[in-house]
Design a binder for this molecule. Structure first.
Ligand code: NAP
Length: 253
């Protein structure tokens, strides 16, 4: 098993990509703590994993409450005596153009997508450097690499995640704390469906259409991203830091 005995904390583990990471990491032997605001979903994921012999403990958390994020990171490390992997995955999208975006909406996107990544990286690293190393994985986006219509604040927030990842990797390399990110392209999750198709009917067909427009001919699954995060979380990537793995079916090629 690729994460046998590793202690991993995954934010935004209640849905979509984060949920797939929680399930995969637990199958690979990690002792997982997952967070999110959706309590029923979080508990159900933890229980299902326990039934199949894994460990995934749900802790309710709104990542915009930075003091609580810091507390959950500390409590996870205290419970297990260490923290090996921190995945800063929680995120939200705002499907609005520059001209439609208010200051409050901008703040919501940066408070959700950027500040918890910056401080989650810092606070996890403070624990990891004392134990001699660790791996931090941030969920960025191909929207952080190129412009996209009707996503001005979101593109800015994900560009920030990629740059924070690179700079943090340099600050932390001497301590063997690695910091990397994954940039998903179009992945079939509730976030993508809500942002692209709103309340439209026939969403499965719309999703399939997006997939047909990509070089590899299908939309991504949450597991496609979880597999990249697994590589970055595991010791297989021990000589990899400051990088951004693009997983997008060839979309940005
Ligand atoms: P999703 O299914 O909507 O999941 C989003 C996750 O983030 C949920 O677990 C949600 O938990 C959590 N979250 C959002 N706001 C939060 C908050 N304030 N506090 C705590 N948790 C919060 O979306 P997804 O597609 O899997 O997105 C996961 C990540 O991938 C995001 O960072 C997103 O930007 C990125 N991404 C997605 C795509 C895509 O095509 N789907 C592409 C590129 C990047 P609760 O609802 O329980 O709070």
């Amino acid at each position: 098993m690729r994460l046998q005995g590793k202690v991993a904390l995954i934010t935004g583990g209640t849905s979509g990509i984060g949920r797939a990471m929680v399930e995969l990491f637990a199958r690979e032997g990690a002792l997982v703590t997952l967070t999110g605001r959706a309590r029923a979903a979080g508990r159900a994921i933890g229980e299902a994993i326990a039934t199949s012999g894994g460990e995934a403990r749900f802790v309710p958390l709104d990542v915009r409450r930075l003091d609580e994020l810091r507390q959950v990171i500390a409590a996870t490390a205290e419970r297990h005596g260490r923290l090996d992997v921190q995945v800063n995955n929680a995120g939200a999208v705002l499907p609005k153009s520059l001209l439609e975006t208010s200051e409050d909406e901008f703040d919501l996107i940066f408070d959700t997508n950027v500040k918890p990544v910056f401080f989650g990286t810092r606070w996890a690293a403070e624990i990891m450097l004392r134990q001699g190393g660790g791996s931090i994985v941030n969920t960025a986006s191909t929207s952080g690499l190129r412009g996209q219509r009707e996503r001005a604040a979101y593109c800015g927030s994900k560009g920030a995640v990629i740059q924070i990842t690179r700079a943090a990797a340099l600050d932390l390399a001497a301590y063997q704390v690695r910091v990397n990110c994954v940039s998903p392209g179009a992945i079939d999750t509730p976030l993508l469906r809500a942002a692209r198709f709103g309340a439209q009917a026939n969403q499965d067909e719309l999703v399939a259409q997006v997939g047909r427009g990509l070089p590899l001919g299908r939309i991504g699954s949450p597991t496609d991203i979880a597999l990249a995060a697994l590589y970055l979380a595991s010791d297989e990537s021990e000589w990899v830091t400051g990088t951004n793995i693009v997983v997008d079916g060839g979309g940005t090629a």
